[in-house]
Write a protein that binds this ligand. Structure first.
Ligand SMILES: Nc1ccn([C@@H]2O[C@H](COP(=O)(O)OP(=O)(O)OP(=O)(O)O)[C@@H](O)[C@H]2O)c(=O)n1
Length: 433
C-alpha cells in the first residue's frame, strides 16, 4: 500500500521534473521512511508555482492557492504539492499570513519546525538533510531547525507538536528547543482551540501518552491556551496503571478526567471548549457520569451486596457500553476511582466480578423488558401520564436486580401494584398541601 502510494507520488514528481521544475518529497514522509515507519501521506515541494502545477496536471484541487498548495490527483490518490516558500507570521504552517514563493529547497526546509521534519528526498532516493535530521534522530533528539524561538514564534502550535513528537517517537527534547518552548509558551493563547485539540488528541491516542502528560506537566503549556482547562492540572503521579493499553482513545480521555475527580458536567464543558464532536463528548461524559453514579450508590450501602447492586443500577442508568468502558479503565488503572471515594477493595471486586455481574443481569435496558410502554397503557387502561416512565423504571430496576421475573404477566401485576402506590402517594401529597 505504502509502496504503491510512493510510486504514485514519484509519478507526480517525475512529471514536474520533466517540465523543468525541481520537486521533492518533503516533511513527515521523509522522516517516517528514514525511521522505517509506515508513511501516511507523501507531501511534495516544488519550484513550480501553483498555477503551473494546475496547468501541468489534469485533475487538481486548489486546496490553498494563496499558500502555494495544490492537491494533485494521481490515479486514485491525492498529493499535496506546495511551492517552495518562506513565510512571515503563521496562523498555521499550512496557512501562513504572508507567503513569498522562492526558488530554493533549502530556504523552504529552513523554515520548517524540527530537523527531522526538514529533510527532502529526490526522485532517485537521495536524501537532502541540511540540518542534520538523521543525526538527531540517531541521537534520539528532537531539535528545532535553527533558532527555536523563531520557529515557535512563527507558529505557536509547534510547541504542542514538539511534545507530541517527543512522546510519539520516544525522543528527548534538545535543550535550546526546550528552553525556547518554556519561554514562548504564552504565545499559545493565540492558537485556536480546535488546533490545540487536534494535537492533544494525537498525544493521548498514541502509544506513550504518559510521556506526553509528563512533558505537558513539566512545560505547563496548557496554562497558556485560550480557554482555561482542568487538563492543565494533570499530575503524572496520580496517573497510575498502564492506561496506554486502553484501546479506545476516548476511554483514555475519560480516564484522565476521572483520575482528577472532575465531574461529568465539567468534563462535558471542557471537551466542548476543546471542540470535540457532540458524539465524542457524550461518550466520555456517560462513562464519567456512570463512575460518579456508582460511587454514589455504593456510599448508600458500602458492602459486597451494595457494590453489586450499585454496579447493576449504574448499568441500567448509563448503559452497557459505558459500564464496559468503565470496567476497561478500572482494569488498566485499578486506583482510578480513588478520587471519587471508592475504596481499592471495591475496585478490585469490580475488576474481578463486574463483567460476570453484567452478564448475570436478566435485563439491561427498557428495550429488553417483556412489557413495553404501549402495552402497559393498553393493558392497564389508564390515561397516559408521567406515571408510565416511573412504572417502567421501577420494573426495569426490579428485574435487573432479579427481584422480579421478566415475564409480561408478572410485570403487569407489579406495574398495577406500583401504579396504585404512585396514585396513593400523589393523593397523599395533595391532601398534605
Ligand atoms: N506547524 C508546522 C506544521 C508542519 N510543518 C512542516 O510541514 C510538514 C507536514 O506537516 P504535517 O502534515 O502537519 O505533519 P507531519 O510532519 O507529516 O507528521 P504527522 O502527519 O505525523 O503530523 C512537517 O513535517 C513540517 O516539515 C511545520 O514546519 N510547522
Amino acid at each position: 500500500m505504502t509502496q504503491d502510494l510512493e510510486r504514485k507520488a514519484k509519478k507526480v514528481i517525475r512529471k514536474l521534473l520533466e517540465h523543468g521544475y525541481e520537486a521533492y518529497m518533503v516533511g513527515g514522509c521523509v522522516r517516517d521512511k528514514q525511521l522505517n515507519r509506515p508513511v501516511k501521506d507523501y507531501d511534495i515541494a516544488t519550484a513550480a508555482k501553483p498555477e503551473q502545477v494546475q496547468q501541468l496536471f489534469q485533475r487538481t484541487i486548489p486546496t490553498g492557492l494563496q499558500h502555494g498548495t495544490v492537491s494533485v490527483r494521481m490515479d486514485d490518490c491525492l498529493f499535496e504539492v506546495t511551492t517552495f516558500r518562506t513565510e512571515s507570521g503563521y496562523e498555521d504552517f499550512r496557512h501562513p499570513t504572508e507567503v513569498q514563493f522562492i526558488d530554493s529547497l533549502y530556504e523552504d526546509l529552513r523554515r520548517r519546525d524540527f530537523t527531522m521534519n526538514a529533510m527532502a528526498l529526490d526522485i532517485d532516493g537521495h536524501l537532502i538533510d541540511p540540518f542534520d535530521g538523521v543525526n538527531d534522530m540517531k541521537k534520539n533528539l528532537l531539535r528545532c531547525v535553527g533558532d527555536a524561538n523563531e520557529r515557535f514564534q512563527e507558529d505557536a502550535l509547534r510547541m504542542l507538536r514538539c511534545i507530541r513528537f517527543a512522546s510519539q517517537y520516544g525522543l528527548e527534547i534538545e535543550n535550546q528547543t526546550w528552553l525556547a518552548l518554556l519561554k514562548q509558551a504564552p504565545l499559545l493563547e493565540h492558537i485556536a482551540m480546535e488546533r490545540v485539540r487536534m494535537e492533544l488528541e494525537r498525544m493521548i491516542a498514541e502509544a506513550a501518552p504518559a510521556h506526553a502528560v509528563q512533558l505537558l506537566e513539566g512545560s505547563r503549556l496548557l496554562d497558556y491556551v485560550k480557554q482555561s482547562l482542568r487538563l492543565a492540572d494533570l499530575n503524572q503521579e496520580k496517573l497510575s496503571g498502564d492506561w496506554s493499553t486502553l484501546n479506545d482513545p476516548l476511554l483514555k480521555w475519560a480516564y484522565l478526567y476521572l483520575s482528577m475527580g472532575v465531574s461529568a458536567a465539567e468534563t462535558e464543558q471542557e471537551l466542548r471548549a476543546l471542540t470535540f464532536s457532540k458524539q465524542q463528548v457524550e461518550q466520555v461524559r456517560q462513562v464519567i457520569a456512570a463512575a460518579h453514579e456508582l460511587s454514589r450508590q455504593l456510599a448508600l450501602e458500602p458492602n459486597e451486596d451494595g457494590l453489586q447492586q450499585a454496579w447493576k443500577l449504574t448499568v441500567i442508568s448509563y448503559g452497557q457500553e459505558s459500564i464496559v468502558g468503565l470496567h476497561q479503565i478500572l482494569q488498566a488503572s485499578p486506583g482510578v476511582l480513588t478520587e471519587l471515594g471508592v475504596a481499592d477493595k471495591w475496585s478490585k471486586s469490580l475488576i474481578t466480578c463486574g463483567l460476570t455481574w453484567l452478564k448475570d443481569m436478566p435485563v439491561h435496558s427498557l428495550e429488553e423488558l417483556d412489557l413495553g410502554g404501549r402495552e402497559l397503557l393498553a393493558r392497564l387502561s389508564k390515561p397516559a401520564g408521567p406515571w408510565v416512565s416511573k412504572v417502567l423504571a421501577h420494573l426495569l430496576r426490579e428485574t435487573a436486580l432479579k427481584r422480579l421475573a421478566n415475564e409480561s404477566d408478572l410485570l403487569l401485576a407489579e406495574a398495577e401494584r406500583f401504579y396504585e402506590s404512585i396514585i396513593q402517594q400523589e393523593s397523599g401529597a395533595h391532601e398534605h398541601k
